[in-house]
Design a protein around this ligand. Structure first.
Ligand code: CMC
Length: 437
């Protein structure tokens, strides 16, 4: 299958010729020719542009990485204008319909979908690592009864670092692979324990006869039954939600995972940092914020007044807008369709009416149209989670379970990329020059 390759080298009669960018520095009148590769110029190539030999050289200034590629990647492709999302080249719609989360996690991590034998082995490895050390459980018991589950989740991920000291050996492929099995296997267990802790209910140990998402439902909701029987529609919906959240190229938390990992910290500490980045309401915390927003709006007739407030700068319409998508988020389309199946089993979420009205009005309103603000993955996911009886503060944790495969793939790709080094941006210093006391 064809890979995306650079439009770098144009063959002409004289052989291979690189595309270049010609720059004239108006300060000195000097001209420079900078190579263009993969539709990018290397920021370091600008360093040669100096006013005099003492000059440090030109840098780029790009707060929030609006126009800076920090890496080369083969994992996920997004076309934000067309609303396209591909994992390793496969459209998200096809993967969500035809594959399981564990197959997709394997694909994201390894580049290809697993053959039958590879899937059996991969599933077995993940399954073998679903249990956590009893001391991890005891550590989790130390949190306050009302601790936010995402706080518990972040802290417990970091604590795993102390249980697996060999994980520090990040340059060894076998060691990395073992931590990948452990992290993918253990995150549902930690997430479910965090939830049970908030209810004061006994933790339910993994049931390895069940699939990845079925086992998670069992650890969340099993009470006194000998064997938990998950509803197949809900288990499938959860599995699809994990797929939709599995990776999203260089988002805030993936960038955090790479950044922490670039110092060769172990993957538990890096994943804890990534999960902490995800927790914020502008990122994975948005699904929780959407539900709180819908609660605040309370009824359909209050939607116009709410939209007016947003346009006047009094808060944001949560679950709308995206740095990359300037069209409908394809994940939101899949979730919206799937919602009907979940509502058929669990009853309709009464907040759906408010969400649909918000979407209807916003998609016609000039403010949102001009800024290309469309529903993102978080707009409808919370409604499904709530219908499935997940409490609102568990929503970012559910996002994190699916995203673990993406974080680990990004981390591994970074560590094996010879062009990567410790992440260390520059700054434009605008403070005092040296002064004396
Ligand atoms: N409601 C109202 N106005 C908005 C919104 C929104 N949700 N999002 C962006 N805008 C406006 C913003 O005020 C700005 O207007 P102006 O040009 O007049 O100043 C313009 O649109 C561009 O916004 P921005 O903040 O410069 O865009 P960004 O690319 O930096 O931010 C975003 C992207 C996702 C943080 C932002 O759209 C947002 O805050 N959305 C709400 C939170 C949310 O749903 N986050 C989940 C993102 S999807 C899941 C994930 O991958 O994390």
């Amino acid at each position: 299958m064809e890979q995306m390759t650079a439009k770098t080298e144009k063959k002409n009669g004289e052989g291979v010729k690189l595309d270049t960018l010609k720059i004239t520095d108006s300060r000195t009148g000097k001209q420079y020719e900078i190579p263009i590769q993969d539709d990018t110029v290397k920021a370091i190539d600008l360093r040669q542009i100096k006013v005099n030999s003492d000059d440090f050289g030109l840098m780029t200034y790009d707060p929030a990485f609006m126009n800076t590629a920090s890496c080369k990647s083969k994992i996920t492709f997004i076309d934000g204008d067309k609303g396209i999302l591909l994992y390793r080249g496969y459209p998200i719609e096809q993967l969500a319909e035809k594959r399981s989360y564990l197959e997709v996690a394997y694909l994201i991590l390894n580049g290809e979908l697993p053959e039958k034998k590879q899937l059996t082995e991969w599933t077995e490895h993940v399954r073998m690592h679903t249990f956590v050390h009893e001391n991890v459980k005891r550590l989790m018991e130390g949190f306050r009864y009302d601790a936010h589950p995402m706080g518990i989740f972040v802290s417990t991920l970091a604590a795993l670092s102390t249980f697996y000291p060999e994980a520090k050996n990040v340059l060894d492929a076998d060691t990395r692979q073992k931590q990948i099995w452990r992290l993918i296997g253990k995150v549902p267990t930690i997430a479910a324990f965090a939830y049970r802790h908030s209810l004061g209910m006994p933790y339910v140990y993994p049931d390895n006869d069940l699939s990845y998402s079925e086992n998670f439902l069992s650890m969340m909701f099993r009470v006194a039954e000998l064997k938990y029987k998950p509803n197949p529609v809900l288990a499938k919906a959860l599995d699809v939600l994990f797929i939709l959240h599995a990776d999203h190229e260089q988002n805030c938390s993936a960038n955090t995972m790479r950044s922490i990992g670039s110092s060769q910290a172990d993957p538990y500490c890096a994943a804890a940092g990534a999960a902490a980045a995800l927790y914020g309401p502008l990122h994975g915390g948005a699904n929780e914020a959407v539900l709180r927003m819908l609660d605040e709006i309370a009824s359909k007739d209050k939607v116009p007044a709410f939209i007016k407030d947003v346009k006047e700068g009094k808060g944001r319409l949560m679950g709308f807008g995206h740095r990359i998508y300037k069209n409908y988020d394809p994940r939101a389309t899949i979730i919206k369709k799937m919602a009907d199946e979940v509502f058929e089993v669990m009853g309709k979420n009464p907040k759906l009416e408010i969400a649909l009205e918000l979407e209807r009005i916003a998609l016609q309103d000039d403010y949102f149209v001009k800024r290309k603000l469309y529903p993102n993955v978080d707009f409808y996911s919370g409604l499904i989670y709530q219908a499935m009886k997940f409490p609102v503060d568990m929503f970012p944790v559910l996002f994190a379970i699916g995203r673990m495969s993406g974080w680990l793939a990004q981390w591994q790709e970074m560590l094996t990329d010879p062009e990567q080094k410790i992440a260390r941006p520059r700054q434009v210093y605008l403070g005092y020059q040296r002064r004396n006391l």
